[in-house]
Design a protein around this ligand. Sequence first.
Ligand code: GLU
Length: 397
Amino acid sequence: MELAPRIREIAPSPTLSLDAKAKAMKAEGRDVISFGVGEPDFDTPDHIKAAGIKAIEANFTRYTPTGGIVELKKAVVEKFKRDNQLEYTPNQIVINCGGKHTLYNLAQVLFSAGEEVVIPSPYWVSYPPIVSLAGARPVIVPTVQKNDFKMTAGELTAALTPATRGLILNSPSNPTGSVYSRKELEALAEVVLEHKLIVITDDIYEKILYDGHVFVNMANLGPELKNQTIIAHGLAKTYAMTGWRIGFLAGPAHVAAAVDKLQSQSTSNPCSIAQKAAVAALEGPQESIGVMVAAFDERRKYLVKALNGIPGVTCFSPGGAFYVFPNVSAYYGKRFGDRAICGSSDLCDYLLDEALVAAVPGSAFGEDSCIRLSYAISLEENRRGLERIANALANLK
Ligand code: GLU
């Protein structure tokens, strides 16, 4: 049976495929250290789990309004007021089945065939397929390590054509950990306003910041920009809730209504139980975030120093998220016996097969000179994994 071109033309998510492969190897009893998937190694805090259990016991197990329960929409409105000084009303909020679903829905309601969407690279693996699945064309704008992997206003302007409809910004970034400052966003904002671009910001790593970095969203730069920006967000990373699948958006009411309509014809409501847990996450104690970020920070500092100590490797120090993105291209062109390392994909295959270390090739993020390590594993595992990587690289001739 022939499949539709739209699904034939996209590849499976490389982060999730790698995670599945690493988990399968572990299940076979192999001692794999996984720097693969970006998933906090912490448990969902107890008070959030308790809210989920309570929801089940209270039989809150039926359909809810398609775009989410009012109680959760109000908790999201409060979150934006409290954390971001942004005012929204509940009809500007939609609750989705995870942050990826939020982005998918937005692309479906905003972009069409013949339109272009700018995506700075390195980018998260799912942005280009999400844009393609909406029929639009992702336009990749490469950034450079010298600019901390951030797109400049000049680079954005150079990528624009009459078909450009919008752009996707992600700060802190997956995979680089770069954080845009207010000043950098202001420079991009001038271009956005001049060309009336739609801005989708993926703020999933908002709370995971280091070294005094401050989170700013394009919507903070004034009412006009707020009207052109849709914030895609979720609970997975902040509250260690990856499996609960709760994402949300904030933006113009007509965009929210369109996403609600799309959900009514596709997924229906996000899980009722997870929505109740999400209310507890947003309204309950927030201390668990600081504990998690402190642990990530210790690992980050260790990894950046250790990676920069490996001959030929350079590693940018990320200001947020929980990834490092070292440049390992000095090892391309080398060999291990019959195995030639021609790029990041070969290198990651080699690391998994020979060193039992899972890392994601930079090519999956549009930057082949690097590989991505997620440090959402214990400090001890980070150390053991790094030792294996250093030895494996030293064995390449
Ligand atoms: N965002 C995470 C990552 O990049 C989760 C996996 C995924 O959905 O891609 O690893």
